[in-house]
Design a binder for this molecule. Structure first.
Ligand code: SF4
Ligand code: SF4
Length: 153
């Protein structure tokens, strides 16, 4: 009985102190952890088409198509089957694929969740946060990168 009264007192205390924890999404965008793993962003300007991300992915989420001269033609990512392990980002030698904090994407069919390189490039940052900068500040951020400014080839 005393335990019940204590828990009720705690509930009333927090109900009346004016603090709120519920975020009224989508009117207000919730904060997410710096290590939150959301949909990917891809930079064709950075990519050297080494295929390491494709090889390391445990469930064939990434498919790369290259021509007979080993130039990259397609970079497709089946976000609907991704398990957000972040191995693709970790293995990439030039930070060309990056998991953003963006969780705001939907699709009616699994085909809607297959993103090509143009769609991946257009994935917006969540709250303008570059996760690479927040996780590993020494590596240089993506924010501010213009089209074609980074070329590792
Ligand atoms: S996060 Fe993991 S499952 Fe998703 S594409 Fe990258 S390697 Fe594949
Ligand atoms: S995204 Fe990175 S790991 Fe994947 S092919 Fe391009 S350079 Fe290689």
């Amino acid at each position: 009985m005393i335990g019940v009264l204590k828990s009720m007192a705690t509930t009333m205390k927090h109900a009346l102190d004016g603090s709120t924890f519920t975020v009224e999404y989508p009117t207000a965008a919730p904060d997410v952890s710096p290590r939150f793993r959301g949909v990917h962003k891809f930079s064709q300007e950075r990519c050297i088409w080494c295929r390491q991300c494709e090889n390391v992915c445990p469930n064939d989420t990434i498919q790369i198509v290259m021509d007979d001269k080993r130039n990259g033609e397609q970079y497709n990512l089946h976000i609907g089957q991704c398990i957000y392990c972040r191995l693709c980002e970790e293995v990439c030698p030039v930070d060309a694929i990056l998991l953003t904090q963006n969780f705001e994407f939907t699709g009616d069919t699994k085909h809607d969740l297959v993103y090509n390189k143009e769609q991946l490039k257009s994935v917006p940052w969540y709250k303008d946060i570059d996760p690479l900068e927040s996780r590993e500040p020494d590596r240089g951020a993506w924010i501010g990168e213009g089209d074609g400014e980074v070329d590792y080839q």
